[in-house]
Design a protein around this ligand. Sequence first.
Ligand SMILES: [Zn+2]
Length: 216
Amino acid sequence: MKRLMDRIGDTVKGRIAEAELSPLEDEIRKYILREFARNGRPPSPKEIMKELGLSSVDLVNQTIEKLQKFDIITKEKDKIISAYPFSAAKTRHRVIFEDGHEVYALCATDALGIYFMLNQNTTILSRCPECEKEIMVVVKDGKIDSCNPGGIIEFVSNRERGECTAQTLCPFINFFCSKKDLEKWREKNPEFRYGEIYSLDDALEHGKTIFGDFLK
Ligand SMILES: [Zn+2]
């Protein structure tokens, strides 16, 4: 049987295939991701329209609707609030680029995957859900360059249900500072205790598999 994170990855990637986006719709999807990465926030429908030289904002809004339907992005009213791997709202995972600008990632795997989507070195600052201490992971040249503390692991809580991964799963894919803290947290959170533990290298590999060809 496939491991939990592989199944989640298949779902996230599968939704883009299922959506059967037209070339223009896919261009809009990619533009949203690039702008999100560059500015730490998603573009507005008007900005998308102008930048892509479209004559009406309706086409952009229809595309955003469609992307939401396939859980490629989430939106509230006319505003995009997340697009895998990015979140407009603050999350536990901050991703800082080499020029100093930053963006929030939806989950630990998404934070690691950003390197592979953009081919840009990143520093991830996260927090252990048990002790709330800062966790730092530096991804450079496609590898874990350094991490602090040394015993960081990823825990993926098994909550496969519902349609929207961003809301049901992402909050339960986290870095923990140590196995010891993960065990303490699982005791206190019995409803989330089932799941799988991954090393940082395995988690990085998942990020690469999911996001490596997101912009290709
Ligand atoms: Zn901890």
